[in-house]
Design a protein around this ligand. Structure first.
Ligand code: AMP
Length: 281
């Protein structure tokens, strides 16, 4: 496995794969890798000849009061894990390498779907994601790019600008990887105290309970309210509990497949999760 920290180095490492028309798979990450990330890499390994993983904590997707400075940076350990799952190239650029020294005057803004859910709580976040992912796509020029359904809205944003801008690659969504107690794996879980970590799986439990209620024909608004109450009683500060269609349209009545979304804080740690619920007649 090779590690590259410059765009020039990355291009040189990818040149043999490009000239022999190998299928290149790409997994963008912010590092501090866990099984959720590794499952994306395994999927890339399964479908592609050459697997590139980027590790870059992207400053422009963090708000002023968010955790950019404290975000865990564990490159050495991440590299060991990536070597074990068969990654070929790790791309770990510096902020200077990614953004240079001249001001950036171009933005990529996806409307509508970003004015909702996490987009309301984190203004500018998805623009920051769209810019960095586009830059990385141009550097790696992959055939396939892999993203987790854990960040469902992010995946929708990426699919949208890839389609709108004719970026020549295929986006693959990978299901959420969970701990045995149901908590969706996240680098931010590491911020939780022991006590909070015990409380955190209630998010997934409340989503599963909601799924049961929907199947028993409890009304959608009531189901969402029940999740809110469960979380609040358990000590969460709820940012939002919402239902959307698979395309992220608003939905009032459970008459098609829905995705239930939760964003909630335990102390200062913000956790997100979602669950797709199938509609069966
Ligand atoms: P991050 O390092 O948090 O930016 O995540 C990098 C990629 O890993 C994104 O596509 C995430 O959606 C994905 N990811 C993170 N956690 C999980 C998880 N628990 N299950 C599936 N994908 C995940």
């Amino acid at each position: 496995m090779k590690t590259e920290t410059t765009i020039q180095g990355l291009t040189a490492s990818l040149s043999p794969a490009r000239s022999s028309r190998k299928i290149i798979g790409f997994v963008p990450t912010m590092g501090n890798l866990h099984e959720g990330h590794l499952n994306l890499v395994r999927e890339a390994r399964r479908l592609c000849d050459v697997v590139v993983v980027s590790i870059f904590v992207n400053p422009i997707q963090f708000g002023p009061n968010e955790d950019f400075e404290n975000y865990p940076r564990t490159l050495e350990h991440d590299s060991h894990l990536l070597a074990e799952v068969g990654c070929d190239i790790v791309f770990a650029p510096s902020v200077e390498q990614m953004y240079g020294h001249k001001p950036r005057l171009t933005n990529i803004s996806v409307s509508d779907i970003t004015n909702d859910l996490c987009g309301l709580q984190r203004p500018g976040h998805f623009d920051g994601v769209a810019v960095v992912v586009t830059k990385l796509f141009n550097m790696v020029q992959p055939n396939f790019a892999f993203f987790g359904q854990k960040d469902y809205q992010q995946l929708a944003v990426i699919r949208q600008f890839v389609r709108d801008l004719n970026i020549p690659l295929e986006v693959i969504g990978v299901p959420i990887t969970r701990a045995t107690d149901g908590l969706a794996l996240s680098s931010r879980n590491g911020y939780l105290t022991e006590e909070q970590r015990k409380t955190a799986p209630i998010i997934f439990q409340s989503l599963k309970e909601a799924e049961q209620q929907l199947k028993q024909a409890v009304n959608l608004a009531e189901v969402l309210e029940n999740i809110k109450q469960t979380l609040t009683q358990a000590g969460f500060i709820v940012d939002y509990v919402e239902a959307r269609t698979l395309d992220l349209d608003k939905i009032e009545v459970f008459n098609q497949d829905v995705v239930l979304f939760v964003a909630a804080k335990l102390g200062t740690t913000r956790l997100i999760d979602n669950l797709q619920v199938k509609y069966t007649v």
